[in-house]
Design a binder for this molecule. Structure first.
Ligand code: ADP
Ligand code: MG
Length: 668
């Protein structure tokens, strides 16, 4: 290849996901600057960027307010706070040669004319022609200037052909502009050009690549072999015959979907979505029994120790009577017990293993793992999720991922096209509604009164504080302080405390005490956010609720309303509220349904934030947005289905072009 960039530049390009000149073609501008017209100095818009031109008259090093280079031109001063000696010389040469400076920047009125601070500029001969097209501004990374990037892209555009991977008939059917024209136009549009069709084309192709890749992944999975787990084995039959409650219709449907998948000799990858309290745990237990019936093992992973312990207790209560042996691996185990648990898992003596992700991370060996279940998988980081999936794939196990964070339909189409999805869209009967109340922090006294009254009636309450970890905010009240204070304010009440920094054994003991009713008020951080199930708790106070995200508030609120009583969730907020916080609180106040809340959340935060893209550091989609471009997602999905029916080579080329160096789209 000609004109390879030097290694240092190549490294920076790699950071942008550009590994070849070919990738440069699809590195599209964020925006443009209009340098096609000169604005006469007298007419230049004030405080908006403009291109101006003027003869250079003199240079000066000024010291006030700071050391700076001032270049005086006719009617214009340019100021540079950071400058090189070579710059001064460059301007001096321009004066000698009678050349002009052409500067692009924001023009500000100043004494004796106008000034620009740190403009982008060029020295030009009088009458030098202006560019005919807009100047692209590309996404870039530290140390890689626009000028370098522009030159690289331009070279690539000159040397590389842009092949259209879509059949002509498909382009016509979806009314798509040709790819080559679109890409070239987006890099260098004439002023005033309509770019909508070009962007549509690029977005369509990107979404199509995503759909193709996810569908291929799904296909590949179907070719793999996994143990078929019987859906009518003796243990499962016995358990279904004496369930602790009657399954809801939604649970029955989801159970059937799960058991049908597990009975196939191919690895399942199913996402089970169900709002908080919809009863996902029992479905997990049913799946585990299918594995045990096959003489194999199942692993259940939870994001927190507290939740893992709760699962352990629940599974034990349900399954131990059937003679199923369950191992519980947790941080608080003494070395000997830990060793024994690992051994039981390795020999197959334990049929079910329950724990945090340590189950997969610490090299725990399974005798015959057939089903891996990840509970509250949305709580694991993006990287962890991928890792868990990979590990389970290596073990050729079936996978069930459970999530209480509903994913809006559009995101589903884009990010879950490789998964099978089951939804529990119904809550168990007899749930009492939760009343949400918004109280300013000034009403603390009233709130304390409510806690006293509830506990006097034999109910229990949570007091949730914002996370204390690494928090430097002084006004963020630590759970420790809150605990002390509430004990003082509520004499006679038994007040417990649990937070993320406690030793696992202490955490477990605190949760146990609350579950058993030994403590009446539990002061806690968001460690109780996931899964915790104490039906007698009917009151929740969330302090500084303005600091929590929507999904978090919804999850927290889901801890109550699980018993026979109507429940109250009091959101204490500190004034003044930011607009964003006010909007969030309004949504949580007005909505009880997790899907509706997720839709609002997506709208308020945007797709990247919603999906936790921040953690992964890489945008999932560069150009398309599955919310704003929902119609395109549908079209791309249909087109992918169609293309996969044909030749595989163009499909691979298409994926390679758009996916390039990006890891992949298979993120749950
Ligand atoms: P989540 O979906 O949030 O994990 P859980 O599985 O923890 O929900 O269930 C919430 C509560 O509802 C638990 O106490 C569970 O035992 C109970 N439950 C689940 N399914 C039913 C049902 N069909 N009928 C009655 N109670 C149920
Ligand atoms: Mg749960």
């Amino acid at each position: 290849m000609t004109r390879e960039p030097p290694p240092a530049t190549a490294k920076k390009l790699a950071r942008l996901g550009i590994r070849s000149r070919f990738d440069l073609l699809y590195h599209l501008p964020l925006r443009y600057e209009d340098e096609t017209r000169l604005t006469p100095l007298g007419e230049a818009p004030v405080e908006a960027p403009a291109l101006v031109e003027a003869p250079v008259r003199s240079t000066e090093i000024a010291f006030r307010p700071k050391r700076q280079l001032v270049v005086h031109c006719d009617g214009l001063a340019l100021r540079f706070l950071n400058f090189y000696g070579s710059q001064t010389k460059q301007f001096e040469r321009a004066i000698e040669e009678g050349r002009l400076v052409r500067a692009y920047g924001e023009l500000r009125p100043a004494r004796g004319g106008a000034e620009m601070i740190h403009p982008r500029y060029r020295i030009v001969a009088p009458g030098e022609p202006l560019p005919a097209t807009l100047t692209p501004v590309y996404p870039t990374t530290a140390g890689l200037g626009q000028a370098t990037l522009r030159k690289l892209v331009q070279d690539a555009l000159e040397d590389e052909a842009i092949e259209d991977t879509l059949p002509a008939a498909m382009q016509r059917r979806y009314a798509l502009a040709p790819l080559e024209d679109s890409v070239r136009l987006l890099h260098a549009p004439p002023p005033g050009a309509d770019l909508a069709a070009a962007w549509q084309r690029v977005k369509f192709d990107e979404l199509l690549a995503q759909q193709l890749q996810l569908r291929l992944a799904r296909r590949k999975r179907r070719e793999k072999v996994a143990p078929a787990l019987p859906s009518s084995g003796p243990l499962l039959k016995r358990f279904l015959g004496k369930l602790p409650f009657r399954l809801t219709r939604a649970q029955q449907r989801v159970m059937a979907e799960l058991l049908r998948d597990l009975a196939q000799p191919h690895p399942m990858q199913r996402l089970l979505q169900g709002d908080v309290g919809s009863g996902k745990t029992i479905i997990a237990a049913i799946g585990c029994l299918a594995a045990v019936d096959a003489g194999a093992q199942a692993a259940v992973m939870a994001p927190t120790e507290i939740l893992a312990e709760q699962h352990y207790r629940k599974f034990s209560a349900w399954l131990a009577p059937l003679g199923v042996k369950i191992a519980w691996l947790h941080g608080g185990l003494p070395a000997a017990a830990r060793k024994a648990a690992r051994k039981a898992i390795a020999t197959g003596e334990a049929s079910i293993a329950i724990g945090t992700q340590a189950l997969f991370q610490e090299g725990v060996e399974f005798a015959r793992l057939a089903l891996a279940i990840v509970d509250e998988q949305h709580r694991f980081g993006v990287k962890q999720r991928l890792e868990l999936r990979r590990k389970a794939e290596l073990a050729v196990a079936h996978q069930l991922m459970m999530s209480a964070t509903p994913i809006p339909r559009t995101l589903h189409m884009t990010y879950h096209a490789d998964l099978d999805v089951s939804v529990i869209d119904e809550l168990p009967p007899g749930r009492k509604p939760i009343t949400t109340r918004l109280y300013s922090a000034a009403r603390r006294g009233e709130v304390l009164e409510r806690i006293r009254a509830a506990c006097a009636e034999g109910q229990q309450a949570y007091w949730v504080c914002p996370v204390i970890e690494e928090s430097k905010d002084r006004d963020l009240q630590a759970a420790l302080d809150a605990h002390e204070e509430l004990r003082r304010e509520l004499p006679g009440l038994r007040v417990g405390l649990v937070h993320g920094r406690m030793a696992p054994a202490d955490k477990a003991a605190a949760m146990q005490a609350f579950a058993a009713g030994a403590t009446q008020l539990l002061v806690c951080t968001t460690v109780i956010e996931v899964g915790v199930d104490v039906p007698n708790a009917s009151l929740m106070v969330i302090e500084h609720s303005e600091r929590f995200g929507l999904a978090q508030l919804h999850q927290l609120r889901g801890r109550i309303g699980r018993g026979a009583r109507a429940s109250d969730c009091i959101l204490l907020f500190q004034e003044p509220l930011s607009d964003a916080a006010r909007q969030r609180l309004k949504v949580i106040y007005e909505n009880a349904d997790g899907f509706a809340i997720a839709e609002h959340d997506l709208r308020l935060r945007g797709e990247g934030e919603f999906l936790g893209e921040r953690q992964s550091g890489q945008p999932l989609l560069r150009f398309a947005d599955s919310v704003a471009d929902a119609a395109l997602v549908d079209a791309a999905s249909a087109a992918a289905e169609e293309l996969l029916g044909g030749d595989e080579a163009p499909v691979r080329r298409h994926i390679e072009r758009w996916l390039g160096a990006r890891s992949d789209y298979t993120r749950v």
